[in-house]
Design a protein around this ligand. Structure first.
Ligand code: G16
Length: 544
């Protein structure tokens, strides 16, 4: 079948953000918008010609239409084979798993992650490389550059493919394999964790749990793994039916958006364990009875206990965390005598360290945790890791967390988000802070003395690439830190993120309310950045 060559012109604004190109669905539905971006991927990744490609997404509104467009374009661009999840579904970690397992030349993953879905909400697309991980900056820069010069794209004139039928089909000269999106991923999880021990925990009669799939992609994965394979009671997975608009919710597993689950873990009869994942299944939230485990603490606790699970019993080689993530994991790495890396926000920055075998575990404050089993963060993996620890240690979540603090000290941590603020105001705030940086060291702010102040620059230890302006860091003599960044994943105005952290070694002071304990630092951050004057906001929209 002859490829069609369609003339097009560049469309502004197709620079990928922290994790791919995320825009409103209506933007993606504009003529040539999706096609221009997809063709720019094919034009800059020559190994896809004659190669194999994974295509799938989180099932949100526009997922199916976009997959049909991408498959036709892949065939027209000479891709030999495409692997598609049934119904067009792959969670982000499952897509990474399939790319690695079947050694494809990469994958196109459709998701706007935790952002809401629906005709008036968000959509997203990103390219994952042959290692299964998000394209590194050099690749996304090349794709963006191509979007600015593109003048044609290639496609086929064919009817839509039936994505709901498993099997192998022909599309032009390309083979399309519609496959079970869950099986390979579930088998990988079974190879890493002690499923017998978790099975016994579920059947012990003294353990209660819910997993909140938030009507997003992890529903079918969680039902298969938790209920079918591990024998958790039916109904353990709540909101398990995946919907195109996530049931009208905001599929972001945090204290603000997973309130139904949070409430179930509270009180004397609260659940022993609660967990949630996001739109595309790569984030996780961990709760115990009356306790929320911050993602930063979760990374540190998993690292300190990794030897208790089959997949990590021989120990870990190193840990990496994104810059705004608390330094709790650094203390574990130090005690274990392994390397610890501080990378910019964005999972793509872990890829080289994982590929080089320098780290085993990595995580971010933004509810992302993962390991060298894949090249994406992995929500259900983190939940299974915790379940494995609970099964082995036979202690409540709160006790495991408290013991960890007693051993390593507690890094109090919170993040304040000011969402959809005026872009110029937010950029002005960051510029204002940048101007202050040179004079800050040595100054006293509130009860803290500034030790260092910079705009974070990261030089990748593996390939030497350098990423600048990755967030303003203000570190104090006490070890406390304030970090300011503008989000790279929003689709409306700007989102200002303020990350606050301080270290408390004294166990007698480990049980304060986080927001109260952090008030002095919060005040310093507000005053220094002139948040109210520059954003017009008195309070953050989301506090986690
Ligand atoms: C993405 C990235 C993460 C990042 C998060 C928040 O996650 O993969 O690495 O930490 O966004 O980024 P930002 O602070 O720029 O909004 P996800 O789950 O949205 O793909």
């Amino acid at each position: 079948m002859e490829s069609q060559v369609i003339a097009t012109t560049p469309i502004a604004g197709q620079r990928p953000g922290t994790s791919g190109l995320r825009k409103k669905v209506k933007v993606f539905q504009q003529p040539h918008y999706l096609e221009n971006f997809v063709q720019s991927i094919f034009d800059t990744q020559p190994e896809l010609q004659g190669g194999a490609l994974v295509v799938g997404g989180d099932g949100r509104y526009y997922n199916r239409e976009a997959i049909q467009v991408i498959l036709r374009m892949a065939a027209a661009n000479g891709v030999r084979q495409a692997r598609v999840g049934r119904g067009g579904i792959f969670s982000t970690p499952a897509a990474s798993c399939i790319i690695r397992q079947y050694k494809t030349q990469g994958g196109i993953v459709l998701s706007a992650s935790h952002n809401p879905g629906g005709p008036d909400e968000d959509f997203g697309i990103k390219f994952n490389a042959a290692n299964g991980g998000p394209a590194p900056e050099a690749m996304t820069d090349a794709v963006y550059a191509r979007t600015q010069t593109i003048d044609r794209y290639l496609t086929l004139d064919t009817p839509p493919l039936d994505l709901d039928r498993l099997g192998t089909f022909a599309l032009g000269g390309m083979e399309v394999i519609v496959m079970d999106p869950v099986a390979d991923y579930a088998a990988l999880m079974e190879s890493l964790f002690d499923f017998n021990a978790i099975h016994q925990l579920f059947n012990s009669g003294h353990f209660s749990m819910r997993f909140d799939a938030m009507h997003a992609v992890t529903g079918p994965y969680a039902v298969e793994i938790l209920e079918n394979r591990l024998g958790a009671a039916p109904g353990t997975v709540m909101n398990g039916q995946a919907k195109e608009d996530f049931g009208g919710g905001h599929p972001d597993p945090n204290l603000a958006h997973a309130q139904e689950l949070v409430a179930l873990t509270q009180g004397q009869d609260g659940l022993d364990f609660g967990a949630a994942s996001d739109g595309d299944g790569d984030r996780n939230m961990i709760l115990g009875k009356n306790v929320f485990v911050t993602p930063s603490d979760s990374l540190a606790i998993l690292a300190a206990n990794a030897h208790l699970t089959p997949g990590y019993q021989s120990g870990i080689r190193g840990i990496a965390r994104s810059m705004p993530t608390s330094q709790a994991a650094d203390r574990v790495a130090e005690l274990m005598g392994v390397e610890c890396f501080e990378t910019p926000t964005g999972w793509k920055f872990f890829g080289n360290l994982l590929d080089a075998g320098r780290i085993t575990l990595c995580g971010e404050e933004s509810f992302g945790t993962g390991s060298d089993h894949l090249r994406e963060k992995d929500g259900l993996w983190a939940v299974l890791f915790w379940l494995n620890l609970l099964a082995v240690r036979q202690q409540p979540v709160a006790e495991i967390v408290t013991e960890h603090w007693r051993r390593f000290g507690r890094n109090y941590y919170t993040r304040h988000d000011y969402e959809a603020v005026d872009l110029a105001g937010a950029e002005g705030l960051m510029d204002h802070l940048r101007h202050l940086l040179p004079d800050l060291p040595g100054q006293t702010l509130g009860d803290q003395t500034v030790r260092y102040a910079d705009d974070f620059t990261y030089t990748d230890p593996i390939d030497g690439s350098c990423s600048q302006r990755q967030g303003i860091r203000i570190g104090f003599e006490s070890g406390a830190r304030i970090v300011f960044r503008l989000s790279g994943t929003g689709t409306e105005g700007a989102t200002l993120r303020v990350y606050l952290e301080y270290y408390e070694p004294d166990p007698a002071r480990h049980h304060q309310d986080t927001q109260e304990a952090m008030q002095p630092l919060i005040r310093i951050a507000r005053d220094l950045a002139q948040i109210e004057a520059r954003t017009g906001r008195r309070e953050p929209d989301v506090v986690t």
